[in-house]
Ligand binder design. Structure first.
Ligand code: G6P
Length: 489
């Protein structure tokens, strides 16, 4: 396709995710300040030159008044973002409720909340109704800006209904859906009261993507066992219509991390950190403060390691960055106090007047401080109980060209499938095993560290976020063309 001046027309890519890649802070009645958040998805799509991306999503703030909504819409338009306005009640029922208290734990094998299993089906039903309503609101905004030829890419567990809503508007729309979490075994998914409706809604998409082959396989099994449809090597078939299902493992913009290490400010940070922790090995955890990340289990394993290895007590420090998240959901509040309690106890037990074994921070770090921390780390601990992919492990590897530190990685993170040969894989529930792997990592020879790092570094720098996004979108285009050809035949 070409414009009159001969330049190729870039296809428009409408990226729909619950959260926009900017955070908005209100400065006055009609004034907003916006800050781009640098998540994996954002850098993936910024790097893709073939498409012209627009973002549709919730700005993360309640804007009840029209003047405020108008001003925010205008400010966001400059960043190619289009907001979906969700009021407090719907955020409570859809985001805190159905998304983060029901789907998120279930997809990470933590089961449904007990109270929903027992008496409060009313609350379950009203949360599910709000979920569908919210998905319809996203669809309304997409439908308003959609132009023929656009590709619509829906993201994550918040928007499982969206493919259905979009196809109801326009069956010709090219719709892809990608899940950033695990998709659990069909035996887990079938416990969900709305199991069939959700699967059916996702199947309205042309292409459905997951991080790993196992998640894709679980999804196809759920469709065959719960909906009675036919699973094929290509995907799921329903009365002659195929929904393509495949694995597309995400990556990071590794160059961004590697380049950051050259920045003066980062070099200064590195120098400070080295001085501060001189004579001690640095172990690092960076996680959202979420029950799926296995933070208490990780800290208990570190305690066990110190208990069994008195030699290491004053020679190692664990820095745990725990970024607060979803703080309105009670499970997350409970976790915060649980982690504080464990850290306090261990520091009381093994600390001295001048040093503590665990530095725990309940906040995020800016990008440069984070890169410096990754660079000075000897051992990174990624011990999620379940994790869709886990890009912290990738970021750590990208920053370790000089140091060649060791990655201890949960076998239940999607990343274990790609970094497994370079990392020490552990079962995060087995505290004895994790404690032993800490010893193995701290004592590992330089030669073995080099070999393991080489493997992981090669993977992280070749399987990038840009490549991931390009592959998914071109596969979506191809899938639609093939489907049209099948119909013509
Ligand atoms: C996970 C989800 C994302 C989500 C992110 C942060 O990575 O897969 O969709 O945006 O967590 O969570 P939050 O609830 O703050 O958006």
């Amino acid at each position: 396709w070409e414009q009159p001046d001969g330049k190729p027309i870039r296809q428009r890519l409408l990226v729909v995710a619950n959260r926009l890649p900017v955070s908005a802070v209100r400065r006055g009645e009609e004034s907003w300040s916006l800050e781009i958040s640098g998540g994996g998805l954002v850098s993936a799509l910024l790097g893709v030159k073939e498409f012209e991306a627009r973002w549709i999503g919730w700005a993360g703030v309640n804007v009840p008044d029209e003047a405020g909504q108008r001003a925010l819409t205008k400010a966001l338009a400059e960043k190619r973002c289009i907001p979906v306005f969700l009021d407090e009640e719907i955020v409570h029922q859809y985001y805190n409720g159905y998304c983060n208290n029901i789907l998120w734990p279930l997809f990470h094998y933590l089961g449904l909340p007990q109270e929903d299993r027992l008496a409060t089906t009313r609350s379950f039903q009203s949360q599910f109704a709000a979920y569908k309503r919210a998905n319809q609101m996203f669809a309304d905004v997409v439908n308003e800006i959609y132009e023929e030829g656009d590709v619509v890419w829906c993201h994550d567990y918040h928007l499982m209904f969206l493919p259905r809503c979009l196809k109801d508007y326009n069956s010709q729309m090219k719709v892809g859906w990608f899940l950033h979490t695990p998709f659990p075994s069909s035996e887990i998914h079938r416990t969900l009261p709305s199991r069939s409706e959700l699967l059916g809604a996702v199947l309205a998409a042309d292409l459905v993507g997951f991080h790993t082959y196992d998640y894709a396989r679980h999804f196809v099994s759920a469709c065959t066992r719960i909906l009675g449809l036919e699973g094929t090597p290509e995907g799921v078939e329903d009365q002659g219509r195929l929904t393509r299902v495949a694995a597309f493992p995400i990556g990071i913009d590794s160059e961004r991390f590697i380049r950051a290490l050259e920045v003066h400010e980062v070099q200064e940070h590195i120098k400070d950190l080295k001085e501060r922790f001189a004579g001690r090995k640095v172990m690092l955890g960076v996680d959202r403060l979420d029950m799926i990340k296995g933070i208490p289990q990780k800290i208990l394993a570190f305690e066990k390691f110190l208990e069994e290895n008195p030699y290491w007590r004053d020679k190692v420090v664990l820095l745990q960055i725990a970024v607060p998240t979803r703080t309105d959901v009670p499970e997350y509040q409970k976790l915060t106090s649980q982690v504080h309690e464990i850290v306090g106890r261990i520091n009381g037990r093994f600390g001295t007047l001048t040093a503590v074994p665990i530095h725990h921070l309940d906040r995020s770090l800016d990008f440069h401080a984070l890169c410096a921390l990754y660079a000075v780390t000897d051992v990174a601990l990624v011990t999620s109980l379940r994790d869709g992919m886990n890009l912290v492990s990738y970021e750590f590897v990208a920053c370790q060209e000089l140091k060649k530190g060791v990655l201890i990685l949960s076998e239940f993170a999607g990343a274990a499938q790609s970094l497994g040969a370079g990392a020490i894989l552990v079962n995060p529930w087995n505290i004895t095993e994790v404690a032993a792997s800490i010893g193995q990592a701290l004592n590992m020879s330089a030669e073995e560290r080099e070999k393991r790092h080489r493997h992981n570094f090669l993977h992280v720098t070749t399987h990038t976020a840009q490549e991931w996004a390009e592959t998914f979108v071109s596969e979506l285009n191809d899938t639609v063309i093939e489907a049209q050809q099948r119909i013509r035949k």
